[in-house]
Design a protein around this ligand. Structure first.
Ligand SMILES: [Ca+2]
Length: 291
């Protein structure tokens, strides 16, 4: 009888200990920064309609809507570049959009053929806050685009790539940098092809401002290619030094640290519980033996 009462007391203490260990675990878990719980994305365009889009190839309207070849929703928008020359495809909203709380613009892009990439003398994605090109302009050229053509393949979607542009760390700028509180202009173009450059079709889809881009690996610093050498006079920043990219990388570290912390606390609780059980049982048996 005495043994039973002592075992009940021991179990009560073990339960209290486990509850304390659980509380400590939760406290540690909640105290760690939750980088993953970022702000919601802001859709720039779901590309299901051609609203605010325009395109020009070789002087002709080239804008196309595609209900079949898409990665999201009911469609994508794009153009066919005759002879590889796409003067521009542009998205110009009727009102400026405040994207100052976001660090990235990400989207999916389709190219039926990539011959234009090596053929065209000038290739660019541009974001501005001036409502037009070449002013308050963030620029992303061959070096940036190549990194996503090489590393950003969208699985299960042939000839689609996922692009992630760093808003605070463009490859270049022109007449000031994008004012993120006043975004109102996006364009892509490929010009100066050679005579043998074939037509290509391109599509955009699922364009969104975000702080948590998908499948994103910051670019490695590399030597300049011939096409970007002409951009040498413009400020070129190193993508991997961007603090926001570091935050994305830190997410993996935080998850790892949380896992290790939980594991260690759980192990300590188990050892303590085991030690207490054995101690109490031995003590109870000892006292029982004396009675
Ligand atoms: Ca869509």
């Amino acid at each position: 009888m005495v043994v039973l009462i002592k075992e009940e007391t021991a179990m009560k203490k073990i339960k209290q200990l486990l509850a304390a260990a659980l509380a400590a675990t939760l406290a540690v878990f909640c105290a760690l920064p939750a980088f993953a719980a970022g702000d919601d994305d802001l859709v720039m365009s779901n590309c299901d309609s051609t609203a605010y889009w325009s395109a020009n190839s070789q002087g002709a309207d080239a804008l196309e809507s595609d209900a079949v070849n898409k990665t999201e929703g009911s469609g994508s928008v794009g153009a066919t570049a005759a002879g590889g020359k796409l003067n521009q495809i542009a998205y110009i909203p009727d009102q400026p959009v405040d994207v100052s709380k976001y660090s990235f613009l990400e989207f999916d892009v389709y190219f039926s053929d990539l011959t234009w990439f090596s053929d065209c003398g000038s290739v660019m994605i541009e974001l501005t806050s001036s409502g037009t090109c070449d002013k308050e302009s963030n620029r992303y050229m061959k070096k940036t685009i190549r990194s996503f053509l090489e590393n950003g393949v969208v699985e299960g979607k042939e000839n689609w790539w996922h692009f992630v542009l760093e808003l605070d760390n463009p490859q270049g700028t022109a007449n000031g940098q994008l004012n993120k509180s006043n975004f109102n202009y996006f364009r892509f173009y490929t010009v100066d092809p050679i005579t043998t450059t074939p037509d290509y079709t391109m599509r955009f889809d699922n364009m969104r401002f975000t702080n948590n881009p998908e499948n994103y690996t910051p670019m490695e610093e590399e030597e300049e290619d011939s096409a970007t050498a002409s951009e040498a006079a413009k400020p070129v920043q190193i993508t991997r030094e961007d603090p926001n990219a570091a935050v994305v990388k830190n997410l993996h570290t935080v998850v790892l640290i949380e896992g290790i912390a939980l594991g260690v606390i759980g192990l300590v609780a188990l050892v303590l519980a085991g030690w207490l059980i054995i101690g109490k049982i031995r003590k109870a048996k000892g006292e029982s033996g004396h009675e």
